[in-house]
Design a binder for this molecule. Structure first.
Ligand code: UDP
Length: 456
């Protein structure tokens, strides 16, 4: 560590958007900063603070701000649009009050690392003279597409069948994030992803939870316009060594992870025999799609561990859980523990960015079943660029049929293409680890950031 750092004791505030897929990578990043002698204070919204302040966040201090919905958060709001407007207004005031309070503390913050979904936090941080750092929890490829939409290089509604964008492979219309090719489908989310770039020019740094080698061409293009650094994979170091054994090493779980139950069940399954199935924390399958998936899993005759969240349990075929001896259905699981378990052979995923990076870093092959938002673009890259999985394509009714699911599972587990995918998965796993390890590209980028922080 250099001398300046000892004298200045850098202190970062970390402000994630209040959702599982945003909290996890930003909490993991906080832990990396702490390892590098940075003080970190995590800021959550009050409704979440009540839930997570008791959980193990090791040495991260936690403070809260109001999003205007202290009881219930987003689910208590009339709509996402109203939540977003309220959070912007109330959150700005509440963050200002917190910064005011912290400015008189023994070790006042000198930097705010805010989720790029909350661009107003940059303006608040700047008004207190803090270093302002945007954090992307989605891929650089997807963020570059949203940026070009913001700057009107991509015109909406889409009119071309194919798009050749800087640093990206040729993308068909339906490979672009769903908010673009289904323009108007989720106006609230569309605003959030595009508004990330309203004031991005004022950010001192932009950190992306990605690995340079994964997206090198698009990153090279973006660094010409932004102070961007890749710092991923933002997951616990122990995962990369397959030594993760305790749930407390993982970010946070906003639901009960059923840890013992899942691991005990996996323990007596043969190596590589289990299909892990999860669609993350937000997306819901339709009832028809849930049925097709259920029968696809059953017909594959593989063991499967399937996360069906509480709100989706009623969509399962009646009595399904009892018809198959080979499956375990849980409402939430410790995903990193599951992915690192040697019984797991492949992952049927919605291609959320965290799930994608986690599986890639652990070397688990994917069956890509994207539903919306950035997932469709991630699925394209998974299957055609990184070649770490196969795509389970939907039919004209937008349903992935049971036959397709069964065939994809067989393809990964039994076919020559499956062996190639496993080799490719291993290659990316090694690259992820070397980028993460001391002296690797992501580690150096973090080190560079921390040094700049200490000088600030
Ligand atoms: N996750 C988990 N248990 C589950 C399902 C998901 O711990 O049963 C975690 C997963 O490891 C990932 C996050 O929840 O870190 C989901 O993020 P992702 O970006 O994949 O999807 P999102 O929930 O944002 O759609």
């Amino acid at each position: 560590m250099n001398k300046e750092r000892i004298n200045h004791v850098p202190h970062c505030l970390i402000l994630p958007y209040p959702a599982q897929g945003h909290m996890n990578p930003m909490i993991q990043f906080s832990k990396r900063l702490i390892q590098k002698q940075v003080k970190v204070t995590l800021i959550t919204v009050t409704s979440l603070w009540k839930t997570i302040s008791h959980k193990n966040l090791s040495s991260i201090e936690v403070e809260s701000i109001s999003d205007g919905y202290d009881e219930g958060g987003l689910s208590a709001a009339e709509s996402l649009e109203i939540y977003k407007e309220t959070f912007w207004r109330v959150g700005s005031e509440s963050l200002s009050e917190l910064l005011q309070k912290l400015s008189t503390s023994e070790n006042p913050p000198n930097c705010v690392i805010f989720d790029a979904f909350l661009p107003w936090a940059l303006d608040v941080g700047k008004s207190f003279g803090l270093l302002g750092v945007a954090f992307f929890t989605q891929s650089c490829s997807v963020n570059s597409i949203y940026f070009q939409t913001h700057d009107k290089f991509i015109e909406l509604p889409l009119s071309k069948s194919e798009y050749l964008l800087p640093g990206l492979p040729i993308l068909a219309q339906q490979d672009l994030p769903s908010f673009l090719y289904k323009y108007g489908s989720y106006p609230g989310y569309f605003d959030i992803v595009v508004n990330q770039f309203n004031n991005i020019g004022k950010a001192d740094w932009i950190l992306a939870n990605s690995i340079y080698e994964l997206e090198n061409e698009v990153v090279d293009w973006l660094v010409k316009i932004w102070p961007l650094k890749t710092i991923g994979p933002s997951i616990p170091s122990m995962v990369l060594d397959k030594r993760l054994r305790e749930d407390k090493e993982y970010g946070i779980n906003l639901s009960d992870p059923n840890t013992e139950f899942c691991i005990k069940w996996l323990n007596d399954k043969p190596k590589g025999s289990v299909v892990y199935v999860s669609f993350g924390s937000m997306a819901g399958l339709s009832e028809d799609q849930t049925h097709e998936l259920a029968y696809g899993l059953k017909d594959s005759e593989s063991f499967y561990l399937w996360v069906v969240r509480d709100c989706d349990q009623t969509k399962l075929p009646k009595g399904f859980e009892n018809t198959s001896q080979k499956g375990l259905i849980v409402t939430w699981c410790p995903q990193l523990l599951v992915l690192t378990h040697e019984a797991v052979g492949c992952f049927v995923t919605h291609c959320g960015w965290n799930s994608t990076l986690e599986a890639l870093s652990i070397g688990v092959p994917l069956i890509a079943m994207p539903l919306w938002t950035d997932q469709v673009t991630n699925a394209k890259l998974i299957a055609d660029v990184w070649k770490i999985g196969v795509r389970a394509f939907a039919d004209e009714k937008e349903i992935v049929r049971s036959e397709t699911i069964k065939d994809c599972i067989k393809e990964i587990i039994e076919s020559e293409k499956g062996s190639q995918i496993k080799k490719s998965a291993l290659k990316w796993k090694n690259l992820a680890k070397s980028s993460f390890d001391e002296g690797g590209r992501s580690d150096k980028n973090i080190e560079e950031f921390v040094n700049a922080l200490a000088q600030f």
